[in-house]
Design a protein around this ligand. Structure first.
Ligand code: F6R
Length: 616
């Protein structure tokens, strides 16, 4: 989604803000903008550009636009197309107030209509611009900034992280936050602002997470924080050490490829971490009574969106088959709209790479209100979801830059595989030896994940990707534990190649999907080591071939019938059934990546998408 970055202090702000925006560009890259106060006469000076931060930097190159207080923005369009007019900052009528925004003002049309009637003129189609004009009105009527803000937040509905630079109040940047994330980094005679502390990592580690429903006046040496009624709030700084390595793509053509190849190391690192936290795990997950809470567990809710939801689908099978606990999976965007029946002795695990996904955050809050013990499984310790859960587990995959999730998906699988073994051990379902073997099996699978890519690399690059990039539709099939990996493969391919894909449980073929089978629609089938599942998949493969379908399989060594039925088969070394998805993850991602590369797609930043989905 959009990112907000700001700076006020002893240094010129332009390069600091450009660096922050570049780091946070994964949140949106439709357009970018920058505004600051002229260092001499305190006028607002600004520029905007369609496209990514690079275009904004180019725009700025031959200008003197710079100052000691500034705000910047990268946009992921919600209201109005991606254009320079709709790029932030936006202004009031007198260009006294500038504003940048992440979130959505739900009642903007209603406000805009009223303001237009009283003579305000709007220059963009955005929801954001109305806030600048509304503040203009309220400053006239209240003649006091704090009073005007208290009034402003009564009028606007939705989710917002807003930053303002106002000519009449040149010594401060004004921040207002409801739901959307915003943090402040306190330095020496300088203050940094960003949607994510990554934006100023390396510059200060003293971070204030702006509390929900609060506003702040950020000055060079002072921060004033207030609730929405205007009452002063204490400043609670935390030390946040974010490992920001600016080592870029390290020779890889795209971040996605780099991240695919990092998976083996990530899983190895995680297994090492598991050993470290073996004794403190329940504490970290927030269980006051430790093992007793675990032994009494009888239901697990897993929530997430997109790839995180696919990982949850696989983890359900881990919890049910390894730890013998009934588990249900819920899409975060759907959960709180249904009649939710909270079970006794249940916990909920929110899976989120970013820890900021708005739907997952809202579902988490919903579950917190229902008094369910919530646990965040995220990759970002300082994220809102981590902070608002009762316990947390970090996936330790390092920053994931490409929009399409790869290494965090496999880190989620590895983490939940081990956690389900830990629960099984506490419930005396397995002994210590099997618990230790679970870690060894993860290490073996990590080797396989990468080894399989290497085995098929040449074939994929030279033959398969050029061939399969020509088809307009691709279908993906799986059964039981291989169905979620088929869903993940379909998502990966569609988001980075723009090829239409659909995933379906293989058993559902004859209930509709068979109508689509022809030579122009390749079917990718993920097999299983489970013999019963395998036999059923062979029948489904025969159904496809009987209709002259084009079949590509991910089969395991020895699965002769399936391999013979296939037009092409990736033959994978045998693995434990429950670790099939993890073993197949790398090759499936690599294949999707190479197809997108053949189509010349902007793989790390696919059109219309963003990494951190902070709006519902
Ligand atoms: C797909 C992808 C998305 C995310 C989804 C949830 O490759 O990355 O589907 O998985 O937007 O994001 P997080 O995990 O950050 O909550």
């Amino acid at each position: 989604m959009c990112s907000v970055v700001g700076y006020i202090g002893k240094n010129y702000c332009r390069s600091i803000i450009m660096e922050g925006l570049t780091r946070l560009e994964y949140r949106g890259y439709d357009s970018a903008g920058f505004v600051c106060l002229h260092p001499q006469d305190q006028r607002l000076i600004y520029t905007k550009a369609q496209g990514g931060v690079k275009n904004l930097i180019n725009n700025l190159e031959n200008t003197t636009i710079d100052g000691f207080a500034g705000i910047g923005h990268t946009r992921w369009s919600t209201h109005g197309i991606a254009s320079t007019e709709n790029a932030h900052p936006h202004f009031d009528c007198n260009k006294n107030i500038s504003i940048v925004h992440n979130g959505i003002i739900e009642n903007y049309l209603e406000i805009k209509t009223k303001l237009e009637k009283s003579g305000h003129v709007f220059y963009s189609q955005t929801d954001t611009e109305v806030v600048a004009h509304l503040l203009e009105e309220l400053l006239i009527s209240t003649k006091d900034l704090n009073k005007a803000i208290v009034e402003l937040v009564k009028h606007i509905k939705g989710a917002y992280a807003l930053a303002f630079l106002i000519q009449d109040y040149p010594d401060a940047i004004l921040l207002i936050r409801k739901s959307s994330p915003l943090c402040i980094g306190y330095g020496d005679n300088e203050v940094f602002i960003a949607s994510d502390a990554l934006g100023f990592a390396g510059k200060t580690n003293q971070v204030l997470f702006v509390p929900d429903k609060s506003f702040a006046l950020v000055k060079q040496n002072k921060i004033e924080l207030y609730d929405f009624e205007g009452k002063s709030l204490p400043l609670e700084f935390q030390i946040v050490d974010i490992n920001w390595s600016a080592d870029g793509k390290q020779g890889y053509e795209h971040y996605m490829l780099k991240e695919i190849y990092e998976q083996k190391k990530v899983i190895q690192g995680l297994v090492h971490k598991f050993k470290e936290i073996e004794n403190s795990l329940w504490n970290q997950l927030g269980f006051a009574n430790g093992i007793d809470d675990i032994r009494n567990l009888d239901h697990i809710y897993l929530i997430g969106c997109g790839s995180s939801w696919h990982a949850a689908n696989i983890a359900k099978i881990f919890f049910e088959n390894i730890a013998n606990i009934e588990t249900s999976i819920h899409l975060s965007s759907e959960l709180r709209h249904s009649n939710f029946f909270a079970k006794k002795s249940s916990i909920a695990i929110a899976l989120s790479q970013s820890g900021e996904t708005a739907d997952t955050l809202e579902s988490l809050r919903f579950l917190n209100e229902k008094n369910i013990h919530t646990i965040a499984l995220t990759n970002v310790k300082s994220s809102t979801i981590t902070r608002e859960s009762k316990g947390y587990f970090l996936t330790h995959a390092g920053p994931e830059i490409a929009v399409a999730s790869t290494k965090v998906f496999s880190a989620q699988l590895a983490s939940l595989y081990w956690i389900s073994h830990k629960i099984a051990f506490e419930k005396s379902i397995i002994n210590k030896e099997i618990l230790d073997i679970s870690k060894d099996n993860l290490l073996i699978t990590a080797e396989l994940l990468e080894g399989i890519i290497e085995d098929y690399k040449q074939d994929i690059i030279e033959k398969l990707a050029p061939y399969y990039s020509k088809f307009k539709y691709h279908l993906f099939l799986g059964k039981f534990i291989s169905y979620p990996i088929a869903m993940e493969a379909a998502l990966k391919l569609k988001e980075i190649s723009y090829i239409f894909t659909e995933a379906c449980p293989a058993g559902e073929l004859k209930h509709g999907l068979l109508a689509l089978i022809d030579q122009d629609t390749p079917v990718f089938m993920f097999s299983s080591m489970d013999n019963n599942i395998y036999k059923k998949l062979v029948i489904n493969a025969q159904e496809i071939k009987a209709r002259s379908g084009h079949l590509v399989t991910f089969a395991f060594e020895g699965q002769k019938e399936l391999i013979e039925l296939s037009d092409y088969s990736f033959v994978i070394p045998q693995v434990k059934t429950l670790l099939e998805p993890l073993a197949l993850t790398g090759i499936m991602q690599f294949f999707a990546y190479q197809i997108a590369k053949n189509l010349n797609r902007p793989i790390d930043k696919p059109r219309n998408l963003a990494k951190s989905v902070t709006v519902e």
